[in-house]
Design a protein around this ligand. Structure first.
Ligand code: ATP
Ligand code: MG
Length: 331
C-alpha cells in the first residue's frame, strides 16, 4: 500500500471543525487504501509557547479525538511525534538544504509571527515547515492530506525532496498534497475572512469538537452574516454565510446549490438552526467517545507507545539512507 502521512498540533484542548472537515474526515476515508501515519505533532506545537503540564494533556486529548473520529490505531499508525526522534534528526539535515529566503516566504510564519512580534517569534516557528517536510519524507509518503492552509508547506516539502535527490541521489519519494474541495477551508464564525484555528485568541468564532452542545449551538446562532437575508454562496461579498454553507455542505455531502435551494425564501435564523442540528449530530458521538478514552489515560498511553515503536521502525529505514548519502558516520 502507498504511504500516507498527516498530523495535527496539540495546541488546544479540543480540535476545531476545520480540523475535522479539512483533515479527520479525509483521513478516516483513506485508512483502507494507504499505509497511514497519523501523528500528534507536539514538536510543532512548541514553536509557540506552551505550558508543559497542559501540553502533555493536550497531546493525549488530540490523540483521543483522532480515535474518536474514526482513526483506528490497529489499522493506521497513530503516534506522538516527539516519541520518534528521527523527526528531529531529519529536520536538522533538511534545514541545511533549505534557503533562508525560501523559508521566509512561508505565509503561516508571517501570520503567526505577527501575533507574537519578531522578538517573541522563535526560530522554531520559522523552521516549522522544515520539520513538517521531515515528518512527511521520513515515511516516504506519497499522499499528504492537508487543509488548503498547508498547501505551501507541502510544496516546500516537494522542493526539498527533489533538491536532496538531485544533490545526493534518489532517496525520497516526492509527495503529493491531497486537498479537499475549495470549500473545505473553514473560517472563523466571528471573523469569516480569517482561517478558523484551534489556537485562536478568541474562542467565540471557533467550533470545538469537545464543546458542550449548548456552546456549539450558541456559537452557530451568533455567527456573523450580512444584511442581505438570502442564503447564497459568495465568498467575496458574503464571507459569513458562505462559510456556514461550506460547513453545511462538507458535513452533509449535499452540494452548496442544493442547500441554497432548500433555504430559498427562508431567513438566516432557519438556516442557522438547520446547521446547528447538522453540527451537533456530527459532534455528539465523537465527543462522547473522546471523553470515554480520556477516562483511561494509561490505556491510551499504551496504545500510543506501541504505535510509536512501529513508526520508529519505519522511519529508521529512511534515516539510515540519508546519513549514508550525506556522509555522516552511523554507529
Ligand atoms: P493552530 O492554531 O495551532 O495552528 P490549527 O487549527 O490551524 O491549529 P493545525 O494543527 O495547524 O490546526 O492543522 C491540523 C490540520 O487541520 C491540517 O491538515 C490543516 O490543514 C487543517 N486545518 C486547520 N485549520 C483548518 C481550517 N480552518 N479549514 C480546513 N482545514 C484546516
Ligand atoms: Mg495551523
Amino acid at each position: 500500500k502507498p504511504r500516507l502521512f498527516s498530523g495535527m498540533q496539540p495546541s488546544a484542548d479540543s480540535l476545531q471543525i476545520g480540523n475535522y472537515i479539512g483533515a479527520l474526515m479525509q483521513w478516516r476515508g483513506m485508512q483502507d487504501d494507504f499505509d497511514a501515519f497519523f501523528t500528534v505533532v507536539d514538536l510543532h506545537a512548541i514553536t509557540v509557547p506552551q505550558d508543559p503540564k497542559e501540553l502533555r494533556e493536550k497531546t493525549r486529548r488530540t490523540a483521543a479525538q483522532y480515535i474518536a473520529a474514526g482513526i483506528e490505531p490497529d489499522k493506521s499508525t497513530l503516534y506522538v511525534q516527539s516519541q520518534v526522534p528521527a523527526h528531529a534528526e531529519l529536520a536538522w539535515i533538511l534545514s541545511t538544504i533549505t534557503g533562508f529566503g525560501e523559508a521566509g516566504r512561508m505565509t503561516q510564519f508571517k501570520d503567526k509571527s505577527q501575533r507574537y512580534g519578531s522578538d517573541q517569534a522563535s526560530v522554531g516557528l520559522f523552521t516549522y515547515p522544515v520539520l513538517m517536510a521531515a515528518d512527511i519524507l521520513l515515511f516516504q509518503a506519497e499522499a499528504v492530506p492537508v487543509g488548503d492552509d498547508q498547501k505551501q508547506h507541502v510544496e516546500l516539502t516537494r522542493n526539498l525532496a527533489e533538491r536532496f535527490n538531485a544533490r545526493f541521489g534518489e532517496t525520497f519519494t516526492v509527495p503529493e498534497p491531497v486537498i479537499p474541495r475549495e470549500t473545505a477551508r473553514i473560517y472563523d464564525l466571528q471573523e469569516p475572512t480569517s482561517k478558523m484555528s484551534k489556537s485562536a485568541e478568541s474562542q467565540a468564532g471557533v467550533l470545538y469538537l469537545l464543546d458542550d452542545v449548548n456552546v456549539t449551538a450558541k456559537k452557530i446562532m451568533r455567527a456573523v452574516t450580512d444584511s442581505e437575508g438570502i442564503v447564497r454562496y459568495d465568498r467575496d461579498e458574503k464571507p459569513g454565510v458562505s462559510n456556514l454553507l461550506a460547513i453545511y455542505s462538507a458535513l452533509t455531502g449535499s452540494s452548496v446549490a442544493a442547500i441554497e435551494d432548500e433555504y430559498a425564501g427562508r431567513g438566516y435564523g432557519d438556516f442557522k438552526k438547520g446547521l446547528r442540528d447538522v453540527v451537533v449530530a456530527e459532534f455528539e458521538p465523537v465527543r462522547a467517545r473522546a471523553l470515554e478514552l480520556l477516562d483511561d489515560p494509561a490505556e491510551l498511553d499504551r496504545v500510543l507507545s506501541a504505535n510509536a515503536t512501529r513508526a520508529a521502525e519505519a522511519a529508521e529505514h529512511t534515516l539510515t539512507a540519508v546519513y549514508e548519502r550525506v556522509g555522516l558516520l552511523r554507529g
